[in-house]
Design a protein around this ligand. Sequence first.
Ligand SMILES: [Cu+2]
Length: 136
Amino acid sequence: MILKTAVFVIFLWIFSFSQDSAADVIEQKSLNGTFVVQLQVKPDPPQMGINNTAILKVFERDSKVKVEGALIEVTPWMTVHSHGSSKKTKIKEKGDGVYTIEDVYFTMEGEWDLIVKIAKNKQEDQVVFTFRNVKK
Ligand SMILES: [Cu+2]
């Protein structure tokens, strides 16, 4: 009985820990509805002045088929001031519709958009993720 309780408590502890460290998955449809895109940022929320990273998963709209071999551009953009970042993001395809983004760099505090452009064959579309309150 004590052993069972101990195992249960340890399980709860591990579970709560994994819940804390897992970044939320934000899912959005692209502007013209061509793709469905899932984004996970790290850290969550992303911070000013550091190289944030992100994982992108790209699916075809209705079928949920994973989109491989897409050309992807990711641009941090501060819409209220009409400026971007001092760093260019680096994108790597990992297969299975997964793309990693490095050097997501926000140069000041405030509201930032992450503009994700996706091109595959003759289809081109974009999706914008907004981070309302990026801080140091
Ligand atoms: Cu600004």
